[in-house]
Design a binder for this molecule. Structure first.
Ligand code: SF4
Length: 332
């Protein structure tokens, strides 16, 4: 049997920032894979490290952040061994980043045509205005933006939020990347436009492109992802297929996130369960299991010392795992 290698394979990835003379880990020793044509959701609250993890794959962590990994293999190449000019070639052409605030990433004084074709000029050296225009028009059609010829002449501020996000996606897709890192791409949009963008991302996946979908919203994960990685305090605390994690969440943090969701149909719950407390800051990760100060299961079990003293290790040989000493137990 021929083994199909994942598109990206990451082992023991750490992202550190120097803070007052110490190295603070925003992402701490995470390992995961993304297959070809797969959407993997990276979900967690603010300060969980999910956006930093996404940026680290493109080696775009702001200075003086430092990315280290035992292995960071993308399509057969070691990303950590590439120099800046090699990375520039990969960014955009093979790995694209789509962010929440599309407008902030655009140049306000250049038209949509110029925004979209800049990467084609830079990466492929295309200079023909006719060819660039045809490529840009096709890219806008691919993301189902109407009135293509009119919109190519517009400036970013003349577009609605949904149209700006489609232009950003067109820009990210125009060179045919193998992997898209989509960081909260629908968070700022209203629900109707959000549904359209999610549907578009699914079509992109169906065309063979892999997507890492960074979000705080488990409902959108359920909508489009194949697998989910739940992040808490710089670590992946649960991993599995969407079906597995939603049917039987094993980590109390995932259970809390799911309990916070509004049900689809049926009667609303009497109250929405939420996770108490605030996520910790990277310079103050708690000892042992980093979730223990907020963990309802730890409290219901009489606050066992193992949770305070021992960092729970997941069984990563399983397709569905959780980093918890009492994985799979719910609060009784
Ligand atoms: S290891 Fe303990 S504190 Fe951590 S999630 Fe599991 S039960 Fe809660």
């Amino acid at each position: 049997m021929i083994e199909i290698k994942p598109l990206i394979s990451v082992e023991n990835l750490t992202v550190e920032f120097p803070v007052r003379g110490s190295a603070v880990r925003a992402v701490d020793d995470v390992s995961f894979e993304v297959g070809h044509g797969e959407i993997v959701g990276l979900v967690g609250e603010s300060a969980s490290g999910k956006s930093t993890l996404g940026l680290s794959l493109m080696r775009m962590v702001p200075s003086p952040g430092r990315v280290r990994a035992r292995r960071m293999e993308f399509d057969g190449r070691d990303l950590s061994a590439l120099d800046e000019s090699q990375l520039r070639q990969i960014r955009g052409s093979e790995i694209s980043l789509i962010v929440q605030d599309a407008l902030a990433t655009m140049n306000p004084v250049t038209t949509v045509l110029e925004q979209i074709t800049e990467v084609v000029r830079d990466h492929e050296g295309v200079r023909s205005r006719r060819v660039l225009r045809a490529r840009a028009a096709q890219a806008l059609r691919d993301v189902q933006l109407p009135d293509v010829e009119i919109n190519l002449r517009r400036y970013p501020h003349e577009l609605s939020g949904g149209m700006q996000q489609r232009v950003a996606i067109a820009q990210g897709l125009i060179l045919g990347p193998k992997l898209i890192i989509a960081d909260e791409p629908t968070t700022a949009l209203d629900v109707t436009v959000q549904a359209q963008i999610l549907s578009l991302l699914k079509q992109i996946r169906d065309g063979g492109t892999s997507i890492i979908f960074v979000t705080h919203d488990l409902a959108t994960v359920a909508e489009i992802c194949d697998r989910v990685l739940v992040m808490y305090a710089g670590r992946i605390v649960e991993s599995g297929t969407v079906a597995e994690v939603f049917a039987e969440p094993q980590h109390p943090y995932t259970q809390g996130l799911l309990a916070s969701l509004l049900p689809l149909g049926g009667d609303p719950p009497k109250r929405l369960d939420a996770i108490s407390g605030q996520p910790p800051r990277p310079e103050a990760w708690p000892s042992g299991c980093r979730f223990h100060p907020r963990c309802p299961l730890w409290k219901s079990k009489g606050e066992p010392e193992i949770c305070v003293n021992e960092d729970p290790q997941p069984d990563e040989s399983r397709t569905h795992w959780a980093a918890c000493h009492f994985a799979g137990e719910g609060v009784r």
